[in-house]
Design a protein. Structure first.
Length: 346
């Protein structure tokens, strides 16, 4: 799983919006950025002759307010957030939670089943253990990993839909929705923009990106995927309209212990971070939450389990792996056809 960390502030994850460079009135972009969710959130909206820049900026500001609201609810780094309250109080007793938080946790637990446990919001004890290992430079012992693993597992989360309550079966359990909350914040920002009457925009929450509508009347949005080992290079461009895209991987968020490179993403099944075999996973979907979940899960599962998206409507994926020092892409059956990809330049 992937936590939201402030040290990832300026990487903008792995996606770069490649906007058109001519500046005719009908192609001008109104752009604002803000620090939220432990990263940079960026919103871009094409202007037109009928909308003043000031009015567009006000509408974008409303969308940013929604992102901050989501952060206040879901952040494990905010003591007063609803998720932090759950982690303090939910062991052994049901506590009532909001419909919004209940719904996102319910979604996360369902996707744990769909991904064979590769996506798991109960992985926080392991995330905390490996974060300490990164700071100390020392590998955790097997007993420490086993002890942390014993505090995880979606089967140990009890949700009561009738009363909207949650409880944990095991002492020391905690949840972290960092691998889904940024996607959710992106979707909520898009919903706010639509509510304001905006029909075209990009919301980029540290790489969890949704492309609303078209870049112009004739052109969709063009998204470049950053090369996993050369931050100055994009290795693939996709044209998207009304679609989400997310890339997870080791990129800047990695650490080295005993000479081995580890991703920040933890395999919930083993308790160990993903190694350097799977470099990245890029997923497109109809919403950012879905893209976020599958991108994380596929980093854990690797290319042999691309089949997990088979039943997911409108989802395509590409996994980049390191095979004896050579980067090699694996794509879902419809990926190349859907995005007219003739070459993946790694």
């Amino acid at each position: 799983m992937k936590p939201s960390r402030i040290f990832f502030l300026f990487s903008m994850a792995t996606l770069i919006a490649l906007l058109l460079t001519h500046f005719g009135k009908e192609n001008r972009i109104v752009e604002k950025t803000s620090l939220s969710m432990g990263t940079i959130v960026q919103i871009k909206v094409p202007s037109d002759c009928c909308e003043s820049q000031k009015k567009l900026e006000e509408k974008i500001t409303h969308a940013f307010s929604e992102v901050r609201r989501v952060e206040n609810v879901f952040s494990v780094y905010r003591e007063n957030s609803e998720v932090s309250r759950i982690n303090r109080l939910a062991y052994g007793q049901p506590i009532r939670i909001s419909d919004e938080v209940f719904g996102l946790i319910e979604t996360a637990l369902e996707y744990s089943k769909r991904t064979d446990g590769a996506f798991d919001i109960t992985v926080k004890p392991l995330v905390d253990l490996w974060a300490s290992a990164k700071v100390s430079g020392m590998m955790p012992g097997e007993e420490e990993i086993k002890a942390a693993l014993a505090k995880t597992g979606p089967q140990n989360v009890i949700l009561d839909k009738a009363f909207k309550t949650i409880s944990f079966k095991k002492r020391g359990m905690s949840i972290d929705l960092g691998a889904i909350a940024k996607g959710y914040a992106t979707d909520r920002a898009i919903a706010m923009l639509k509510q304001e009457g905006i029909t075209a925009a990009i919301v980029n929450s540290g790489g969890d990106m949704y492309c609303l509508g078209m870049r112009s009347k004739k052109e969709p949005w063009t998204i470049g995927i950053q090369h996993p080992r050369d931050r100055e290079k994009t290795f693939l461009e996709l044209k998207l309209a009304d679609e989400a895209i997310d890339t997870s991987g080791d990129y800047e968020k990695f650490f080295v212990l005993n000479g081995k490179r580890y991703s920040h993403i933890i395999d919930p099944r083993t308790g160990y971070p993903v190694g350097d075999e799977v470099v990245s996973a890029t997923v497109t979907a109809g919403d950012s939450v879905t893209a976020d979940i599958y991108a994380t899960a596929l980093c854990v599962l690797g290319p042999k389990r691309l089949d997990i998206i088979k039943e997911a409507k409108g989802v395509e994926a590409m996994i980049v792996v390191n095979e004896d020092g050579v980067l090699k892409p694996y794509v879902s059956p419809g990926f190349k056809e859907r995005y007219s990809v003739s070459k993946i330049d790694l």
